[in-house]
Every structure is written in C-alpha cells, then in structure tokens.
Design a protein around this ligand. Structure first.
Ligand code: CP3
Length: 368
C-alpha cells in the first residue's frame, strides 16, 4: 500500500531552494537553513494507532524483515508527523542474528538473547561474514527512498559497538552492566576482539544502507552513559571512532547519539561524528558548548514533556530553539525515544511549533 503523496514542500531561502530532506542534511553539515529541521526518536512506534494496527498482524521482527511493511511503517509515521526526516523502521539488535546470536522480543521484557557472550570462546565463535543477511533493511530503505525522493532525509542506523556489545554480553537490557564491564576489565583481549567483530559487521551493514539510499547514518550508543570518562576512552573510543570514520568515508554524515552523556560529550565529539545527540539533562547550549561548535547537535526535549499541557510543551520547545540561537547545525529532536502512551497530537504539535518558529531577533527576508 502506497500512502498518498503530499506535494513537496519547497521553501524559498534566498539563493537556495530547500526541500525538507536537504534542510535536514544541510543542518547535519552545519550549513545554513531556512528553519530548524525536526524529527523524533522512535517516531514510528506503539504510541501511533497506525503502527499498532500493523502490529496486530505481525511481530516486530516480521515488520523489520518484510521491506514492504517496514517501508510502510516508516513512511506513515513521517508523513503523519510532518517531519523533515524518516528513520528506517528496523531494530538495533538485527545484526546479532547473522553473527550467530539468535534473540527474541518478549512481551514486557524487551529483547532476550538466548546464548549471551560470556567467554573468549564465545567471542571467537561469532561470525562476521554474513552481514549480507541484513539486506532486507536495505530493500526497505530503497522503497522509502523511492517514495520520498529528495522530499525527506532518510536515516539509516545501527547500534554503537558498546551498546551492541552490552546486549550480546548481558543477554538483554541491564541496570549495572556487570557482565559487560567484567569482560572489559578482566578479559580485555576478548573485549577488543568482540568490538572489532561488531565494527566489521556494522561497517558492511551501514554500507548496504548507504548504497540503498540512506542520506545519513545514526549510531545509537543508548547505554554508553553507564561508562565513566576513563573507561570510555580506554575501552570504547577507538572502535567507535573507527566505525564512524568508515561510515563517513561512504559519503554520508554520521549522527552519534547517547543518553546520560553529559560527562562524555567532548570525547564523543572527538570520534569525529558530524552530529552529536544530546539528552535533556542539560540545556542545549551547555551541551553544544561541551560538544564544541565545530559539530552539529540534535535534541533535546525530554520525551515525557510530551505529556505536559500544551503551554508548557511550547515553553520547553521554544527554550531549546532559543538556546540554539539560529546557529547552523541544530536538528530538533527528543533526548530519547517517544514512549508508548504518548499522545500523538502532542508530537504533531511539537513538529508544527518547530516548523513555525522564528527567532524574534532575526530579520526574516520576505523575498529571499
Ligand atoms: O521510528 C523508530 O525509531 C523505529 C525504529 C527503531 C526501533 N528500534 C523499532 C522498535 C529504532 C531506531 C530502534 C532502535 C533501538 N532498538 C534502540 C536504540 C534507541 C533507543 O531507544 O535508545 C534500542 C536500545 C533497541 C532495542 C530494543 N528494541 C528494545 C530495548 C526494545 C523493547 C523496548 C520497548 O519499548 O518495548 C525494542 C523493541 C522495539 N524496537 C519497539 C520498536 C518500535 C517496540 C515496539 C514493538 O514491540 O512493536
């Protein structure tokens, strides 16, 4: 089913004609834009009726593995919200399967990896030669790209080495990452081999996505905030930087995202990522200063503010936009993903607020 196409939104911005998609990519590269681009982490998910309807008939993994369904879910969410970018519907854990680690999503518990990686032998047994099995994600991207063309930016994604390793070792989500950190500290050789193997698979996975039409790759390091700065530097930085650099060499910008990362931001920026994702625990301008103005930033509304009365929501959205102060290189987003009971109309309202926002102090040219 092809959802109806809206007319492309063309904005006259002086010498340039900016389509929504290029507005997003330009912001990733810190080029001037006519207005701040906006999209939402986990914009396709259970808070949206259309997604719940598809989920009635298919499991999460079925949706990921059927390019028609994955593309439909991706497109429907982006169009319904009026955002500037569409993130491909997939999951962080998909690369585990071709590496030899089957997993499932158990209702209410999140992902469960059946045979967690705990020993040197387990690490040695992981395969790195089957990234092509993930071609279904690339086929979904092709469909989304054919639908939107240049109208919206298309975001491919993967997990970061640390976050993916933590799922493999813990066997699911974790509070204290004891097994992960134990391997890191006590069997550093296996830890480094594990990260090398993950990077090898992710490079191939990202290449498939870029060749299929992804304009940007977002690397999710959702749980990296569990690390102190010294451990990040010693055990995680090098592999992450290698992945980011090699994706950039494929010709696309990289967004590097983590949560509770206030203490890690300058080091995360040192990976060379084009854009750093910020969570809501510090004001956007402070976070941007820590990242350095040589990088773009993405964020940083608390996703739970989407439950606030509209006046408070608007106050917080405007605070973020004012903190960015028109500096090129801000992409509006949440600090983490939309949660399942979020009112969809509030997400739409935020997209509208960002689309309509203009800095009071800036003179907006009338005819370019
Ligand atoms: O629009 C989108 O963002 C959808 C695409 C997407 C999904 N997962 C689909 C999904 C993306 C970008 C992800 C990334 C992902 N997956 C991350 C990184 C982002 C983050 O939130 O930090 C992580 C940590 C995962 C692993 C994962 N997948 C967990 C922990 C869970 C269970 C948590 C929960 O909410 O139940 C999932 C399941 C999952 N992946 C859902 C969706 C929409 C939940 C809905 C469902 O079961 O249908």
């Amino acid at each position: 089913m092809e959802p109806t196409r809206e007319k492309p939104v063309v904005v006259d911005a002086g010498a340039d004609t900016i389509l929504d998609g290029s507005r997003f990519i330009r912001a990733c590269l810190r080029r001037p834009v006519d207005r701040t681009p906006v999209w939402f982490l986990r914009q396709a998910g259970r808070y949206m009726q259309e997604y719940r309807d598809v989920r009635k008939h298919h499991t999460l993994i079925e949706i990921c593995k059927q390019p028609d369904l994955a593309a439909e879910v991706t497109i429907t969410a982006a169009e319904k919200l009026g955002v500037d970018a569409a993130i491909i519907f997939a999951d962080l854990l998909l690369p585990l399967e071709p590496m030899g680690l089957p997993f499932e999503f158990q209702a209410g518990e999140g992902p469960v990896v059946h045979h967690p990686v705990r020993t040197a032998e387990h690490v040695r047994a992981l395969r790195t030669d089957r990234a092509d099995d993930l071609a279904y994600v690339a086929r979904a991207i092709q469909k989304v790209a054919a639908h939107f063309r240049d109208r919206l930016g298309i975001i491919g994604f993967c997990g970061a080495p640390f976050t993916l390793a933590s799922y493999m070792i813990e066997g699911g989500g974790s509070k204290n990452y004891i097994h992960t950190k134990q391997m890191m500290y006590r069997d550093t050789l296996s830890w480094r081999l594990l990260l090398d193997k993950i990077v090898k698979v992710l490079e191939e996975f990202c290449r498939l996505q870029v060749q299929a039409g992804a304009d940007v790759i977002q690397i999710f390091d959702s749980w990296v905030g569990s690390l102190g700065l010294a451990d990040y530097r010693e055990y995680v930085f090098e592999a992450t930087k290698r992945l980011i650099r090699s994706v950039q060499q494929m010709g696309v910008p990289v967004i590097y995202f983590g949560v509770e990362t206030a203490g890690l931001l300058s080091e995360m920026a040192a990976t060379g990522a084009d854009v750093i994702g910020l969570d809501w625990r510090q004001p956007l301008d402070e976070g941007w200063r820590a990242v350095g103005h040589g990088h773009a930033v993405q964020g940083n509304l608390d996703p739970i503010t989407l439950f606030a009365p509209i006046e408070i929501l608007e106050l917080r959205v405007k605070e973020i936009l004012r903190a960015a102060n028109g500096r090129p290189g801000h992409i509006f987003n949440l600090g983490h993903g939309i949660v399942p009971t979020t009112p969809v109309e509030n997400v739409q309202a935020v997209a509208r607020m960002v689309r309509e926002f203009r800095l009071e102090s800036k003179v907006v040219p009338v005819n370019g």
